[in-house]
Design a protein around this ligand. Structure first.
Ligand code: ZN
Ligand code: ZN
Length: 315
């Protein structure tokens, strides 16, 4: 896609829009190359490097941290970073970019100081994403030993974020594995949030490992379909905007979050074949967070090999 076309769609809010524009621009059906499949890339040496490293291993979408994930500092990106970022995006042709918020954030924490720092860190994340043209900022939903208190605190923080956040970016809530006292590992938990805050800026990221660990089976067509029926009924499939594709080291319902390489874990090849060939998801960015990044290329090749119908993206 030419750079002028990219500029036109830069402000739109879904990757699907981008794809449809790309589709019309090229005047043909989207092939397997049009699928948005990639990985969480390192930003060592600058945010823009995630694009070049992603391109090297065959990514057509990437995820990155816009700041170091282990520190609170609510920094802003500067003009030079934004320019380098936009240039890398154009040069690599990787238009689909997702950010992952830092792991320290816990909007549901019983500790007011942690909640305050979390709020400002995530707001800064949303602002950086808006400046960089990143439509999705993936968020872990936090934890609290008192589940209902945690949900209330989380909802209050999200309400405030919705008021203060910039346009052009979505609060992208990740389905959690349910480890320890973490919130939002059942679709009902997201339904509770969305009933309180029916905003279009609240969307979801489905993590295959987390879903499975939380008890949602994806391995055979019947349970796979039952999972998505439930998701659609409680949340709405149109809210699903990002996939994290990870196999699981731990069994169904273990509520333990341990990623495994694609096809090598408890989920196995079957689940990924179903996801990759599901026309409801074919326009979504699908990103690896498997444990060893030197094996990303191998995992990507495996994912692509599962796609049997290269026209699935055209709905
Ligand atoms: Zn995550
Ligand atoms: Zn995980």
């Amino acid at each position: 896609m030419a750079s002028s076309e990219w500029r036109v769609v830069n402000g739109t809010d879904t990757n699907r829009d981008l794809l449809l524009v790309a589709h019309h621009a090229e005047g043909r059906g989207l092939t397997m190359q049009g699928r948005l499949i990639g990985a969480h890339m390192s930003t060592a040496g600058g945010l823009h490097n995630a694009f070049y490293k992603g391109k090297e291993i065959g990514c057509t979408a990437i995820q990155l941290f816009t700041v170091s994930p282990r520190q609170w500092q609510p920094v802003m990106v500067d003009e030079t970073q934004v320019e380098a970022f936009n240039r890398a995006r154009q040069e690599t042709g990787i238009q689909s970019v997702v950010s992952h918020a830092i792991y320290l954030i816990n909007l549901a924490s019983p500790d007011p100081e942690t909640r305050r720092k979390s709020f400002h860190a995530y707001l800064a994340e949303l602002r950086r994403c808006a400046a960089l043209g990143i439509p999705y900022a993936v968020l872990h939903m936090g934890s609290n030993p008192d589940f209902e208190a945690g949900m209330r605190l989380l909802i209050e923080n999200l309400r405030q974020l919705l008021q203060e956040m910039p346009d052009g970016v979505h609060i992208t809530m990740e389905t959690m594995a349910g480890q320890g006292s973490s919130l939002c590992y059942r679709f009902e938990h997201f339904a509770q949030i969305l009933n309180a805050l029916p905003s279009e800026k609240l969307v979801l990221c489905a993590d295959s490992c987390h879903l499975f660990a939380a008890g949602y089976d994806l391995r055979d067509p019947e349970s796979y379909e039952a999972t998505w029926q439930a998701f659609d009924r409680l949340i709405g499939l149109s809210r699903l905007r990002v996939w994290h594709l990870n196999d699981s080291k731990k069994p169904l319902g273990s509520r333990v979050d341990r990623h495994e390489h694609i096809g090598q874990g408890e989920l196995g090849e079957g689940a990924f074949r179903l996801i990759l060939n599901d026309p409801r998801f074919a326009h979504l960015p699908m990103l690896l967070e498997t444990p060893d990044d030197t094996r990303f290329a191998e995992d990507l090749a495996r994912l692509r090999s599962y796609i049997t119908d290269d026209e699935t993206v055209v709905r």
